[in-house]
Design a protein around this ligand. Structure first.
Ligand code: NAD
Length: 289
């Protein structure tokens, strides 16, 4: 099996590692000469982290090629994954070209975090959303959005490379997981804006508490337990009235001023500026494994 990766940044590199680990051939197309170095760094991270999870290590060399032309990258591909920057005009151009060049039977997936399939395919492209999570070589979730038949075929292939495909029932901006994250992010910006907590304190509130719970049981099962033997309906009825205020009032976005950006950047530097991004990635991967 062959995967073509179009756009070799942090996400394209993660897809490459994921496919390679599972025995696929991978061809990368990215016009930026720096892409090889960036993909090399992602693969280094995967090589370091994966042996603790899988018996099979990432194949050392040979199955990964870098192609100068998009046509050569997608030739004979079973899966084509677009992972170029999140700009609609660029996605339109690239997905249009991929629709022309890719084999008829190939699935064309877009890594887009925010665009709906109807926006991506407005110019006649054939594509589904296949939205992964960073680092793609460790996190299983892929959100699939698009035509039912293509999504079902994609889901089978993704299960085969150790992923957890979740198909959306309807398209929506930013799919499921990023919608949830945006709500948390918005409240975190409020907490910093109002001087309630620093970036470090907010991260600890997540890490030491509900983040651990969420990682193993999500939201609804966690709340089901909170409802006790009386059940979920009891939980909802009991806590619903108390939550009416945050549900209806905490919807505004704090003013996204240069001061807020500077405050958060300074707090974030104080929190983890002593560590390089590479060191933080290693820490993240070790914890995830
Ligand atoms: P990135 O900037 O790290 O990588 C983008 C790559 O695309 C770069 O290597 C760039 O050289 C390449 N590129 C630019 N123009 C190109 C072209 N015409 N043809 C081929 N390659 C081209 O970005 P990223 O973070 O990897 O994001 C890529 C996509 O994945 C976006 O749609 C983003 O929304 C989505 N995504 C990102 C994350 C994340 O956490 N970073 C998570 C999930 C999905």
């Amino acid at each position: 099996m062959k995967a073509a990766i179009v756009g070799g940044g942090v996400i394209g590199g993660g897809w490459a590692a994921r496919f390679l680990l599972n025995g696929w051939d991978v061809a990368v197309f990215d016009p930026d000469p720096q892409a090889r170095r960036r993909i090399g760094e992602v693969l280094d991270g995967a090589r370091r982290a994966l042996p603790a999870l899988y018996d099979a290590a990432l194949p050392p060399e040979g199955r990964l090629t870098y192609e100068d032309g998009m046509d050569r990258a997608v030739a004979g591909a079973d899966w084509v994954q677009e992972s170029v920057p999140e700009r609609l005009d660029l996605k339109h151009r690239i997905l249009g070209q991929l629709t022309e060049l890719a084999p008829e039977a190939a699935i064309i997936g877009s890594s887009t975090s925010g665009f709906r399939p109807s926006e991506l395919t407005a110019e006649g492209a054939r594509a589904i959303v296949a939205h992964p999570f960073n680092p793609v070589y460790l996190l299983p979730l892929v959100e699939l959005v698009g035509g039912a038949e293509a999504c079902a075929r994609a889901a089978d292939l993704l299960r085969g490379i150790g992923m957890y495909p979740l198909t959306l029932r309807k398209e929506i901006d930013a799919h499921i997981a990023d919608r949830l994250l945006e709500a948390i992010w918005r409240e975190a910006l409020w907490l910093v804006t109002d001087g309630i907590a620093t970036t470090d304190e907010i991260d600890e509130a997540i890490r030491q508490g509900f983040g651990l719970r969420w990682a193993q049981m999500g939201l609804f099962e966690t709340y089901r337990i909170a409802g006790g033997e009386a059940g979920m309906a009891h939980f909802m009825e009991q806590f619903g009235p108390a939550l009416a205020w945050p549900w209806t009032k905490l919807t505004d976005v704090p003013a996204f001023t240069p001061e807020l950006v500077a405050t958060i950047a300074a707090q974030s530097d104080a929190q983890s500026g002593h560590l390089s991004i590479r060191a933080l990635e290693r820490l993240r991967d070790d914890n995830l494994v």
